[in-house]
Design a protein around this ligand. Structure first.
Ligand code: NAD
Length: 258
């Protein structure tokens, strides 16, 4: 018996990184999965490997959401789970951030999450209820210099999560958020996307950094975040809604002077 037997879940940004691991783990646990992304080749390949369905979904575009839900229902008859995982990161001091860049990040991270809830929740309700998991960040609950735009959108995702939990509980939909710290994906380690880069060398450098910053002494793995997404999407979390879950190796616990 899988923890998600009989469920149908859309995972956004699922072509790589944390979303890919969520799609893999959810399939292992019995869910029918819709891999949604803008990276069509990678998404198609993953969907083929997992016996899943791929849809092209730019989370900032409402028409794409409508089409993605229609494709999901056509393939699997219903949708009763959503993982809003897609996100982008830009580094800039606030005073140097062009408005265009700010709005680009808002459109993907914040509007994307809003449109996901707005479009998919009525269909989850029609299926008798289910779950929504939003991907916020460590920077949703504390500040971090040079990622102000990103942090603003991730704080906003926690607001959306709490309000959606209140408004959707009566329709049997639980809504929670994950707040990952540093996780080893192309977002935190862009050398993973550069064929000429020494990925191991970069990973070691990052590991050295996180050994100092993170009490557990290492960067997190996307599979560890996928396990949290699974917990929040299955019956193990049946009495939990509206909450942010920090998964950061203890980074947020404080600073150590020793
Ligand atoms: P990643 O860059 O490897 O993956 C992000 C995925 O989102 C990619 O497949 C990308 O194509 C997709 N995406 C980007 N824009 C999109 C759009 N408009 N529509 C649909 N898909 C789109 O990064 P990741 O680390 O796997 O990130 C997953 C989530 O976790 C993001 O929301 C990110 O902000 C969050 N997060 C990551 C970290 C980290 O350290 N890696 C920490 C905290 C939170």
């Amino acid at each position: 018996m899988g923890k998600l037997d009989g469920r149908v879940v859309i995972v956004t940004g699922a072509a790589r990184g944390q979303g890919e691991q969520e799609a893999r783990l959810f399939r292992e646990e019995g869910a029918r999965v819709v891999v949604a992304d803008v990276l069509d080749d990678q998404g198609e390949d993953l969907a083929k490997e997992l016996d899943a369905r791929y849809v092209h979904l730019d989370v900032g575009r409402e028409a794409d959401w409508t089409a993605a839900v229609a494709a999901t229902k056509e393939a699997y008859g219903k949708v009763d789970g959503l993982v809003n995982n897609a996100g982008i990161l830009r580094f800039n001091a606030l005073l140097d951030t062009p408005l265009e860049e700010f709005m680009q990040v808002v459109q993907v991270n914040q509007v994307g999450c809003f449109l996901g809830i707005k479009t998919v929740a009525p269909h989850i309700a029609a299926a008798g209820g289910g779950t929504i998991v939003n991907t916020a960040s460590y920077t949703a609950v504390t500040g971090m210099a040079a990622v102000g735009t990103y942090a603003a959108t991730k704080h906003a995702i926690l607001g959306l999560t709490r309000v959606a939990a209140l408004e959707l509980a009566g329709r049997h939909i639980r809504v929670n958020a994950m707040c990952p710290g540093a996780i080893d994906t192309p977002m935190s380690n862009p050398s993973r996307l550069d064929p000429s880069a020494d990925v191991e060398e970069m990973a070691e450098a990052l590991d050295g950094l996180y050994r100092k910053l993170v009490p557990l002494g290492r960067i997190g793995q996307p599979r560890e975040v996928a396990r949290l997404a699974l917990f929040l999407s299955c019956e193990d979390s049946s009495y939990i809604t509206g909450q942010p879950f920090v998964i950061d190796g203890g980074w947020l616990a404080g600073v150590s002077l020793i």
